[in-house]
Design a protein around this ligand. Structure first.
Ligand code: GRG
Length: 303
């Protein structure tokens, strides 16, 4: 079942799904009046700055792979993107990466100031959980499965996942990192949220235990591949396309896969992870074709 699906147009699919997620985001975003209104503007600024929307798209694709309709899950998919965007806003802050540009535009703190950027990140993180627990979301999905999905998301985004990985990354800056520490950072900082996206889609879509396990494996390999490729793009990506200067991770003395193993081995590792992700989908029918195509896209992407 893992034959290359030449007929699947991944670019058209990603564009269509991105449009759906962006329309839902525009619809769901909060507005407040009065003196605090600029924090909403800052949240909207960062959320609408573009981006691949790969995490919400993965959630929807995992639900489809287990035979569920995607539309009722759009608010949950948007919650994931809110959490991802908060992480980027905070990652760009002077206390972390101190970046001026994100997705080709001034970073949130450059545009709104540091205090508002911190609050916009906090607002996005909190709003994600508001979206998940809203009555309108609860009406659309099985409450027990929704609760499980919320747990998976909080676990993947918090100290056991993304926050823990980011902390390790920050603490290891400028220090020698061995392969197992690098794997820890990759798995937590980037992999955990991507794996959570896939597992949430599988669970909310009503997947069986076997399906949820298999899709969790797919998400784990894909999350690792995502970060390995991100490291490669830092070394050999086109800055006009990636939106960041070549070698910016290396200059910050960040732990990266190519720094530790070289470019050739990094490419081999990405290909190996792609094979493992695809192998986890053995046993799924053509409804999992979007997941197969996304995995190939993640490894072959240029941004
Ligand atoms: C601040 C708690 C906290 C966590 C930050 C996401 C993250 C953790 C750091 C970003 C640093 C980074 C570039 C990590 C590499 C992988 C990654 C998450 C890239 C950005 O995600 P994409 O490529 O971005 O999905 P777009 O712009 O497409 O949404």
């Amino acid at each position: 079942m893992n034959r290359p699906s030449q007929e699947f147009d991944i670019r058209a699919y990603l564009e269509r799904q991105r449009d759906r997620v962006e329309a839902a985001l525009a619809d769901l975003l909060p507005e407040i009046d009065g003196a605090g209104a600029p924090v909403c503007e800052a949240m909207r600024y960062s959320l609408t700055a573009g981006g691949k929307r790969i995490r919400p798209i993965l959630l929807l694709a995992a639900a489809r792979a287990v035979g569920a309709p995607e539309t009722p899950l759009l608010p949950v998919a948007c919650a994931l993107e809110c959490i991802h965007t908060y992480s980027l806003v905070h990652d760009d802050l002077p206390a972390m990466d101190d970046d001026d540009l994100r997705r080709g535009r001034p970073t949130c703190h450059k545009r709104f100031g540091e205090a508002l950027a911190i609050l916009a990140g906090d607002g996005l993180l909190t709003f994600a959980f508001e979206l998940l627990a809203r009555p309108s979301t609860r009406r659309e999905v099985d409450p027990a499965r929704l609760l499980e999905a919320i747990h998976i998301l909080a676990h993947g985004a918090g100290v056991s996942g993304m926050v823990g990985g980011q902390a390790a990354d920050v603490l290891m800056e400028g220090r020698e990192v061995d392969a197992s520490t690098l794997a820890y950072i990759h798995q937590k900082k980037t992999g955990a949220l991507i794996q959570a996206a896939v597992r949430m889609g599988a669970i909310l879509g009503g997947g069986s235990e076997r399906e949820v396990l298999a899709l969790g494996e797919y998400g784990r390999f894909l999350g690792l591949a995502f970060q390995v490729v991100d490291d490669l793009l830092d070394v050999e990506g086109d800055p006009a396309v990636t939106g960041k200067p070549v070698g910016s991770d290396a200059r910050r003395q960040k732990a990266t896969y190519p720094a530790l193993f070289g470019v050739e081995q990094t490419r081999r590792r990405a290909a190996e992870l792609l094979d493992q992700a695809l192998a986890a989908l053995e046993g799924f029918d053509e409804k999992a074709d979007p997941l197969r195509a996304i995995a190939r896209f993640v490894v072959e992407r240029d941004r």
